[in-house]
Ligand binder design. Structure first.
Ligand code: SF4
Ligand code: SF4
Length: 107
């Protein structure tokens, strides 16, 4: 079992989630974060920290976003670990809750 970062994090990237993770499972890309499923211990702490509800347990990923499970695993292999909160992008608010941002994901 792992937790998964989904579409709503793209271009929001508030990073509130990373500081609570006891195993440093978050990895950072240019405009998205992912969770390394090999590190996540399923502690649930990050889920309520995300202001845009982008984090789900793998069994509860919203319909249509199942591909984010493999995407988190893949991108975590090459992206660096992030453990400290940082400022969100200046336009993060404008992108909150916009659906289907996957096409805007930068790798
Ligand atoms: S708190 Fe939510 S929006 Fe912010 S980086 Fe974490 S998953 Fe993404
Ligand atoms: S569920 Fe726990 S271990 Fe997994 S990513 Fe979130 S905070 Fe880290």
């Amino acid at each position: 079992m792992t937790f998964v970062v989904t579409d709503n994090c793209i271009k929001c990237k508030y990073t509130d989630c990373v500081e609570v993770c006891p195993v440093d499972a978050f990895h950072e890309g240019p405009n998205f974060l992912v969770i390394n499923p090999d590190e996540c211990i399923d502690c649930t702490l990050c889920e309520p920290e995300c202001p845009v509800n982008a984090i789900y347990p793998e069994d509860d990923v919203p319909a249509g976003q199942e591909s984010f499970l493999a995407l988190n695993a893949d991108l975590a292999k090459n992206w660096p670990v992030i453990t400290e909160r940082k400022d969100a992008p200046a336009d993060a608010k404008d992108w909150e809750n916009k659906p289907n941002k996957i096409g805007l994901l930068e790798r």
